[in-house]
Design a protein around this ligand. Structure first.
Ligand code: SAM
Ligand code: DTB
Ligand code: SF4
Length: 347
């Protein structure tokens, strides 16, 4: 879509925009389903890059404890727990500028991916910059989607990051696509950008070929010690408008409510679901920052009549045939409205 089209769509009266987004959503998605994704930071902090919003940059004193690459056994424990809780996607993030073939750390990541990919969930990684060879290796190891956000408009990007460029981000995305991985690409609202910057970002993303498989929309979680630590929290209506325009611009992508949901009311999240959001990061922690509690998310989905996306058995890698719950446990002490067969037996 062009910037002019996005601009016209965005600036409609709020309810007209929501109606249009809902119509697009209903045309492309059935089942009132929301995908649950679990995030895990497999290498935390100490990053060489200077992204002005990030708790993990070594340039800022954010109080974050740096951690080495997590051993595979620990990652597997977390991946199994994620699957048992109903996640159909497991996303592993590393605070690196990028990865290079032939290094020990990259070999270790490939080894982790090979095992996680046997669990029947979508496997997403976000490791920073990739070349063509690294992308091919990740695809062969079993990665289904590579997350690499453009984060903001090309014009605003240099105000946020100086250690790599917007074009560097696009090159990595191209490599991931050429290797046959799906691309998960979105951005952050609240970096001091204008509405026009947000729409220019979406113009870039919606013109990817192929379009991204999923689009995470993050609202800045201001981190003390970073240059953006005192930024204002994003306005809920502006957030929902952005979800709606994203749904309209990329109808087939999963639109993922990502960082910043702890600052959004239940009602604002409900509007975001109505506007076309159909995926969330699920679990009490994002990479380093807080996320709504799992039982609160489950309650909200239930209150809205939404269901967690059922695991897709076709995703099962050959040879694995383990029983797993169809639906997550709601972890709540109450009369559950789910059918027993839809839970893992907790209710
Ligand atoms: N190092 C990799 C990279 O830069 O692509 C992967 C990790 S990075 C933490 C992944 C994404 O998380 C960023 O592109 C950004 O969109 C989001 N993010 C990071 N810190 C955030 C914050 N404080 N608030 C909201 N979103 C944030
Ligand atoms: C994305 O767009 N958001 C996720 C995921 N991709 C890797 C990360 C959010 C990070 C929020 C800040 C933190 O936890 O440090
Ligand atoms: Fe490093 Fe990614 Fe954080 Fe930038 S966003 S500082 S590249 S971990």
């Amino acid at each position: 879509m062009t910037f002019a089209e996005l601009h016209r769509i965005y600036h409609q009266p709020f309810f007209d925009l929501l109606k249009q987004a809902r119509a697009v959503h209903d045309e492309h998605w059935t089942g009132n389903e929301v995908q649950l994704c679990t995030l895990l930071s497999i290498k935390t902090g100490g990053c060489s890059e200077d992204c002005g919003y990030c708790a993990q940059s070594a340039r800022y004193s954010t109080g974050l404890q740096k951690e080495d690459l997590m051993p595979k056994e620990q990652v597997m424990e977390r991946a199994l727990a994620a699957r048992a809780n109903g996640s159909t996607r497991f996303c592993m993030g590393a605070a690196w500028k990028g990865v290079r073939k032939g290094t020990q750390k990259f070999d270790q990541v490939l080894d982790i991916v090979r095992d996680v990919s046997k669990l029947g969930m979508e496997v997403c990684v976000t490791l920073g910059q990739l070349g063509a060879e690294e992308a091919t290796d990740l695809k062969e190891a079993g990665v289904t989607a590579y997350n690499h956000n453009v984060d903001t408009s090309p014009e605003h990007y240099p105000n946020i990051v100086t250690t790599h460029t917007f074009d560097d981000r696009l090159r990595t995305i191209r490599h991931a696509q050429d290797a046959g991985m799906s691309v998960c690409c979105g951005g952050i609202l609240g970096l001091g950008e204008t509405i026009e910057d947000r729409l220019k970002m979406l113009e870039v993303i919606s013109n990817f070929n192929p379009q991204p498989e999923s689009i995470p929309i993050n609202a800045l979680m201001p981190i003390k010690g970073t240059p953006m630590g005192d930024n204002e929290v994003v306005d809920a209506f502006a957030f929902v408008r952005m979800i709606a325009v994203t749904r309209i611009a990329v109808p087939k992508a999963k639109v993922r409510l990502s960082a910043g949901r702890t600052n959004l009311s239940r009602e604002a999240q409900a509007l975001a679901y109505f506007a076309g959001a159909n995926s969330i990061f699920y679990g009490d922690k994002l990479l380093t920052a807080a996320n709504p509690r799992a039982n609160e998310d489950m309650k909200l989905l239930r209150d809205l009549g939404l269901a967690p996306q059922a695991p897709n058995p076709a995703m099962e890698a050959p040879g694995t045939n383990e029983d797993r719950p169809l639906m997550p446990c709601c972890n709540e002490d109450h009369a559950c409205e789910m059918e027993p067969a839809q839970t893992n037996g907790c209710c």
